[in-house]
Each structure stands twice: as structure tokens, then as C-alpha cells.
Design a protein around this ligand. Sequence first.
Ligand SMILES: Cc1cc2nc3c(=O)[nH]c(=O)nc-3n(C[C@H](O)[C@H](O)[C@H](O)COP(=O)(O)OP(=O)(O)OC[C@H]3O[C@@H](n4cnc5c(N)ncnc54)[C@H](O)[C@@H]3O)c2cc1C
Length: 291
Amino acid sequence: MKPAPFHLETPQSLEECVALLAEHGDEAKILAGGQSLVPLMNLRLAQPSVLLDIGGLKALNFVEENEQSFRIGAITRLRDLERDANFAKSQPLLAEALPHIGHTQIRNRTTVGGSIAHADPAAELPAVLLACGGTVKAVGPNGERKISADNFFHSYFSTDLEEDEAIAEIELPRWKPACGWSIQEISRRHGDFALIGIACCVTCDDEGVVTDANAAFFGVGEAPHLVESASSLVGTKADDETLHQVAEATAAELDPPTDIHVSAEYRKHVGGVLARRALSIAYQRATGNIT
Ligand SMILES: Cc1cc2nc3c(=O)[nH]c(=O)nc-3n(C[C@H](O)[C@H](O)[C@H](O)COP(=O)(O)OP(=O)(O)OC[C@H]3O[C@@H](n4cnc5c(N)ncnc54)[C@H](O)[C@@H]3O)c2cc1C
């Protein structure tokens, strides 16, 4: 299928892109990697009359780390992060998520900003951003603003971004040495969107006692979901009994939909199993028992 006719603009800066968004309103769409937008246009589910191609904006293609945080420019391609040998040391949870996202060909084009802006509830990156306590930097006609991940994802493919705002970058806290991580998901075939998945981080003190635990699910409803049950690990050494209780509490807390792929009951049950598995692995990594 072919898309409806459109006019292509190639803004030379994010400011120009924002000005064009303000000028054209809901007629305009940003084109980043095109891996979601172009199929939607081909199916005529999206029919923007103006496309703003930001793929050439080199200023948005960067990875920068300082003492507090780790920033990734919106147009940075997933495959470039995957190929960066140091990336997994700096952001191990995000690095572990990358191979789950589509296939190499998809990751060659997919951008960090595109994946976050598209906000597919079954996507990995939004859940990683949520589990890590990250933020999104958006730029609009009135300047820039930072939006925490827990306020950014509203519903199916819907975010806090205004019509005339664009994502400039995402920011993650600098990774702490005592923090373990894991991402686990169930999909029918490798590269398919997850039927359900979890991304988590667990931090411990020198005695191996959990001081912080966050777990975000994807594929469980309209947006990535941070579960409260993970906080029960805090103050424990994540023994089998505690993990069992967290798994049960997670399954009870999740309220996923039934769809053409699987039932809500399946997702609740598997959610508990994945929570136990992921949090156990994250704890063992935090305490240095596995790498
Ligand atoms: C076969 C296949 C399998 C896939 N499997 C997975 C998977 O397992 N997991 C997964 O997470 N994804 C998967 N994807 C989706 C892929 O990662 C998408 O490309 C991603 O959702 C969007 O990134 P993009 O850079 O291609 O954005 P585009 O397709 O260019 O844009 C997507 C949307 O985001 C908006 N947008 C893009 N950049 C910005 C910006 N900087 N500011 C504001 N709005 C912006 C666009 O206007 C558009 O509405 C798959 C895609 C395909 C085709």
C-alpha cells in the first residue's frame, strides 16, 4: 500500500521543527526512524499532509554522561547504542532491552525519541525509562520542559507531549554500582512485540539488604506500569519466601486486558512469574553473585 500524498520538510534545527509543528498543527508529523509512522501511513491509519524529517539533525544524535545523569539525543539510533561497547557498562538495563526490540534492520532505523514518542504500551524503552526514573526533555514554542517518565505516558500511543512539542532527549540517572537489573519478556517469536514484559532495577547496601526496587511492566494495558509490589523487597535480602510473596502481590496488582493474543488471566499469572524471575536476577546482580 502507498501513503496518502504529503509534503516533506527537512528542518535544519529542532527550533525550526517546532515552528513548523506550530504552523501546521495536527496536519504535521515528525518523521524520525519511520519504523512505526511509515507503516501507519501506508495503511492510511495516519495521513499527515506535512512530514518533518528530523533524521538529519546531528545535534540530536548524542550520548553524554556526567556525574549525575546520562543523556541520549532523540535521533540516536538503537543500533548505534547496541554497537557501542561502553554503553552496556553505563546503562545495562537499557542495553539488555535493545536486542528485544524488533530485528537488527528495525533497530538500524529506530530512534530513541521515536520509540518514546510513539508510546506503544508493549514497547520496551518506555518501561525502561519508567523503571530507571528517567525524564523526557521536550521543546516547544515556549522553550523546553522536563517531564518525568511517570507523568509522560498517558494511554495507548498517547503522551504528555503537546501537538507543537518535540522530544529533544531522554535523561536517565547515572547507573549506581550497587544496582542490579533485568528485563524479561514473553513474545511469540524473537523480535515480536512482547505479550507481557518487565524491566526492573534493584539496589542493595554493603550487607546485601535491598534499599530500592523498581519494576515496570509493558504489554499489560494502556501504558507502561510501575508496580507497587516491588517495593516489598526493600529491607529484605530477597529470599525465596519474599520473592514468592512479591510474585503473588504483582499478579494481584496487575489489571491487564484480554486481547486477540492472550487472556488477562494469562498476563496476570505470567506477570507474577516474570516479576519473581526478573527481581531475583536483579538482586543477584546487585550483590555481585552473577554478572
Ligand atoms: C516489524 C517491527 C517490529 C517491531 N518490534 C518492536 C518491539 O519489539 N519493541 C518496540 O519497542 N518497538 C518495536 N517496533 C517499533 C519500532 O521500534 C518503531 O520504530 C518505534 O516505535 C518508533 O521509532 P521511530 O524512530 O521509527 O519513529 P517514527 O516511526 O519515525 O515515529 C513514530 C511516532 O513518534 C513521533 N516522533 C518521532 N520522533 C519524535 C520526536 N523526537 N519528538 C516527538 N515526536 C516524535 C512521530 O511523529 C510518530 O508519531 C517494531 C517495528 C516493526 C516495523
